[in-house]
Design a protein around this ligand. Sequence first.
Ligand code: HEM
Length: 342
Amino acid sequence: MIGLGAVGAFLAVDLGAVAYANRWIGSDGTRKVFLDGFRTVNGPQLGFRKNHAKGVVVTGYFESNGNAQDLSRAAVFRPGQVPVVGRFSLSGGDAHAPDTPGAARGLGLAFGFPGRAQWRTAMLNLPVFPDNSPRGFYDRLLASKIVPGTGQPDPAATKAFLAAHPETAAAMAIIKKHPPTTGFGDSTFRSLNTFYFVDHADVRTPVRWSLVPQQNTAPSPKPGDTNGLFDALIRQLQGGPLRWHLLITIAEPGDPLTDATVGWPADRRSIDIGLLTLTGVATEAPGNARDINFDPLTLPDGIEPSDDPLLSARSDIYAASYRQRTGEPKSPSAVQVTEVGA
Ligand code: HEM
């Protein structure tokens, strides 16, 4: 659900009225309004995530090098390994949409899974997020609805949306300057939202994190393959492990901590805090990452959320999406690992 092509038909007239009637910002109505919005734009998508519906499951481990210990007391940052379960995805609520390079690539990770002191994060291959408020996300969701017969969002609605959300227009300009790489394997994934690392003396340091790929190539999607990006990732993983360095970037006074549409200056201090190695890939199935909610507020002692309003909204809405999808009948995911040959 990224890109101007995904910002179209402006249904704010009807659903927006419902949203206001429910006073959805900061209330329980938020969840219902978002779930109704996803359903209006994408249909029911029974059993699938209501956003980032198309995905594949991965497993591996994270090896901390101990470099984060001065800033965070989280156990995951002591030197050593923890198991990781993850899920690569494409943005959008259609679980069978053909892969496109313009869709944002997601990576959800649960560190220490299964275990008690978990850290979960859901990251994107974008330099900034298109929205800085739940309302902006919601308006963009509605504006992305395809107009029947045209295959495109309504251009007038796109224009109206961007006029109402200059922060998104500015973010889109930044995103356009960072075209996506060939595939998942050579993508950098970023937290975009800000968090605090908290040390043993309760000193809080504002950080954003990113996963920087060690491999600098990914196989190209095969022409005509509607799962081309995922299938290329599966082939790459079948050929051997894939690795990403986990970097934290530290804010300086004045850097925006609650606005994910704005990046930090490139000269901010970054620290390499460990290596993620992914070794396994599997089709979504009962008991694997299909059934995990990569809630960005599932944080261990030693990591705390910032006041970015996206974070609490995400936590609420992911939980609502999780509850809805786990109660629905299931059908096979579009990406089937066993169907992918060399
Ligand atoms: C208000 C803003 C946002 C809303 C309403 C929203 C909504 C959602 C929903 C409903 C899901 C499916 C959850 C599930 O069923 O488990 C989801 C998944 C995801 N979102 Fe967001 N999202 C928002 C912002 C973000 C941001 C800022 C990022 C990244 C920095 C992000 C990255 C992801 C990823 C990677 C997934 C897939 C995780 C998985 O595989 O389970 N989202 N989002």
